[in-house]
Unconditional design. Sequence first.
Length: 112
Amino acid sequence: MSSSITKNKSDLLKGVGDKKTAKELLEIIMNNVKRKHFKVKVKDNRIFVGGLSYVDKYYLFLTECIEYYKGDDEPYVRDCNEIIIPLKIIKSIEIQKSYFDSCYEELKKDVI
């Protein structure tokens, strides 16, 4: 087994470790986009919940997306279906723990 796989899972979430391993894990995560496993908070108090379909240097693309707004104005919920979010406006990104764990286990199986 690759030494980078034996590293702690939390290191991968923090971006610490081997780039190749992180890329393989990201590919597994994006190839299994069937549910809303990601929560993205942006700077203007909106929250997007959806499946990660694509990410690059500047943008994040979510599918099956729902937008929540809880600000000073009237709160709302909107079905976005698909949305591209610029990385520069993102405050935080969360992944559902059970989904990350299953993708991590799949990564370990593929490497063995």
